[in-house]
Ligand binder design. Structure first.
Ligand code: SF4
Ligand code: SF4
Length: 164
């Protein structure tokens, strides 16, 4: 898995132009069955990709924290919300709360998330490949294929299955 992760930025860079063209066409004319197809591709991919062997999203990007995430996780730690923010978070250029540093401080050496049950919504949903109206997050997906081997494979399979 580590070899795949190491190669991913280059692979994604090589495919960037092709992916951009594909997503531009997808946005203009999304197929009717896109939501179903994405669910199928997502489920198939995650049947053989084990996030515990990867954790590259937790190691390299980290999520944004919504107010609900902060409330839930601070409660989990029995901390005041402001105390949780001061300890773990910073405000980024988009005015969102994000981790002060990556790899995520809640990631264990065994790739397990120590706050899995209460983890941020963005962590639960990453890499968003089973999301409805997937064509609306093309720009994010173009970035995610360089981070997430599963997202990369899903986009490659999408291109095989949808002749745009
Ligand atoms: S979601 Fe993607 S990047 Fe994150 S651990 Fe799973 S395969 Fe790796
Ligand atoms: S909170 Fe958990 S799932 Fe989210 S980035 Fe940190 S270790 Fe990964």
């Amino acid at each position: 898995m580590q070899d795949i992760i190491n190669n991913l930025p280059k692979l994604a860079k090589d495919k960037h132009k092709e992916n951009k063209t594909f997503f531009t066409k997808l946005k203009k004319k999304p197929p009717k069955q896109l939501d179903y197809l994405m669910q199928e591709l997502h489920d198939d991919e995650f049947q053989h990709t084990d996030c515990l062997e990867c954790a590259n999203c937790c190691k390299t990007t980290g999520p944004l924290f919504t107010p609900k995430d902060i409330e839930r996780i601070a409660k989990h730690f029995k901390m005041k919300q402001q105390q949780f923010i001061d300890t773990y978070l910073r405000v980024d250029e988009d005015n969102d709360y994000v981790l002060q540093s990556v790899p995520c401080t809640f990631l264990g050496a065994d790739n397990y998330c120590s706050i899995y049950e209460v983890r941020p919504k963005a962590c639960r949903e990453f890499p968003h490949t089973d999301r409805k109206k997937f064509q609306q997050i093309s720009n994010l997906t173009l970035k995610n294929v360089a981070i997430c081997p599963a997202a990369y494979n899903i986009v490659e399979e999408m291109k095989r299955r949808l002749k745009m």
